[in-house]
Design a protein around this ligand. Structure first.
Ligand SMILES: O=C(O)CCC(=O)C(=O)O
Length: 299
């Protein structure tokens, strides 16, 4: 008799009201799922906002081709794979970054003082590629390993349409694994993590219903596959957070500063207090598209 191994399934969501469960699961696995965080009305508003952003109605997006008035939303939206920093264009996206049902669990994982530094709006129409294995801390280096992503499904995310896959527990050693160039056409970014002690057989898909959220650690190895659905998008908003106590030596060089002092201040406090508030904040990044196959899983 041939035994077909069971397909890996998405782990259950956590009951955020139960003390300790969220923290324990996050420590153990490097991720937790929060079910049904955003209402249908909120999702519809975010999807309509996505169309307006793609049409350039909320401000310029570096690298984007301008839309023509006679183009449908669908024609415009499907040109985009990912837009970086949508929270700088849209107050709705900004509010979602500060959503209490996301920030509350983040304070339990990160600590009372939390800042955000980045957002990415993935559109990913059918046929669009995924992102190869990577660790977000490779791109956004916190000093205390507090980097945490909130990946918010705006559509149902399924294996077919290119949901995330994770390697549970791969954050625990706190190791940044080596990176190399690859030419696998399934992926947009041309760099991938490799030489880690897990295989694709250990990977777990994270299928999410629209409005649910995956919180995951910056050291967690994760990837996504192409959208192989017959039609439709796999839209998701990925926001990144860290402890406000940690400096953020991102995007060096900083004029006249050592690495030890470098601190990227294009940040937004979402909980508690910012011990570096005396430095003020700066607008260093502009909304832009993720250029196709631009090398790394660029931030
Ligand atoms: O949404 C995706 O397909 C990839 C997202 C991702 O890798 C990330 O947010 O770091």
């Amino acid at each position: 008799m041939t035994v077909t191994p069971a397909a890996p399934v998405t782990p259950p969501a956590v009951d955020v009201s139960a003390p300790g469960i969220l923290e324990d699961r996050y420590d153990q696995d490097g991720f937790v799922i929060l079910r049904d965080v955003l209402s249908r009305a909120k999702l519809d508003a975010l999807l309509a906002e996505t169309a307006r952003i793609c049409r350039g109605e909320l401000g310029e997006i570096d690298g984007a081709v301008a839309s023509a008035p006679d183009e449908t939303d669908d024609e415009v939206i499907r040109r985009f794979l990912c837009i970086h920093y949508p929270h700088k264009l849209s107050s709705l996206m900004l509010d979602t970054m500060r959503h209490p049902a996301i920030v509350g669990p983040l304070t339990r994982i990160i600590g009372p003082n939390v800042k955000a530094m980045q957002s990415m709006l993935f559109v990913k129409a059918e046929g669009k590629p995924g992102q190869a294995w990577h660790q977000d801390e490779m791109f956004i280096p916190t000093r205390d390993r507090s980097l945490t992503a909130a990946w918010i499904a705006l559509d149902d995310a399924t294996v077919e349409n290119g949901c995330l896959w994770v390697l549970p527990g791969s954050h625990r050693d706190g190791v940044i694994y080596p990176n190399r160039e690859h030419d696998d056409p399934r992926y947009d970014c041309t760099v991938e993590s490799y030489d880690f002690p897990w295989t694709d057989d250990d990977a777990v898909p994270v299928e999410l219903t629209a409005g649910s959220v995956l919180l995951f650690n910056g050291y967690l190895l994760h990837k996504s596959l192409p959208n192989t659905g017959r039609h439709g998008y796999r839209r998701a908003l990925a926001n990144h957070y860290m402890s406000a106590e940690s400096l953020l030596p991102w995007a060096l060089p900083y004029e006249g500063q050592s690495m030890a002092q470098a601190d990227f201040r294009d940040v937004l406090l979402v909980a508690g207090r910012d011990p570096y508030a005396y430095k003020g904040v700066e607008q260093l990044r502009r909304p832009r598209i993720r250029p196709d196959r631009d090398g790394g899983c660029d931030r």
